[in-house]
Write a protein that binds this ligand. Sequence first.
Ligand code: SF4
Length: 281
Amino acid sequence: MPEMNTSKVLNGKISNIQHFSIHDGPGVRTTVFFYGCPLRCKWCANPETWFDFEALKMAEASDCLAKEPLRPVLYTVDELVDQLMSQIIYFRNTDGGVTFSGGEATCQPVFLEAVASQLYERGIHMTIETCGVFDWRKLSKTMSMMDLIYYDLKHMSPQQHKIFCGRQNTVILENLIHLSQLGKELVVRLPFIHPVNDMPENIEAMADFIIKNEIKCSVELLPYHRFGEGKYEKLGLPKPSPCFKAPTTAILQKTINYFERRNITCFMDYSDGHPAAQMVK
Ligand code: SF4
């Protein structure tokens, strides 16, 4: 029986494709937002990626949702790769590439691997932003094709992680150790939110874990923002708690200094115009 060409029939659910992105890795990038996420972070900026595809279609049909393009679009592997390769001139001229984001790209492991394999063969720089909740056996090959990995570590306490993100952090910590053994450029990202995870004991536990497991990484602080809140209204969801805030300038600076004292490079992206980042500059 002839082998089926999966690149033409395998579909991925994509919530958005953003060209000319400059905050998701080096150079000019195209960021692909995958649909689906195993977590439910109470501050999520992309809640449209949470919904079951069919349920979302039904809700739209019954006018429960505004007619905004919150639904995913289906792409075959070839369609997505063609669209990404159309930007090659920008990738080549700026040392940029493709960033897989979401939602959580690893929720569609077969599709992700198929797309990544094609880009890898073409020598495209690839970055993934992941929450770390995935089956290592299904994703190790894909991860080994990445050039840069952004890895979210939202809370070191399993109980607090469950309260704020819907699941404990056990698999996230295990996968971080696996990933660090690949020897890829690794940035551990801390979505930094008062009063969720900006307390000294959480920061100390994070540094302890990185050092104890000899994880070669830098740490990026992402001070809380409310950019995604409009989507909650459109989806009929309650907005994130008004108690969530970016940590104070003093805490941001203290945290950077603390990681540096423990020989872990810690930084914030000052170019994204976030007021909290500007204050610490
Ligand atoms: S991991 Fe990211 S996309 Fe998923 S719920 Fe948390 S913030 Fe949202």
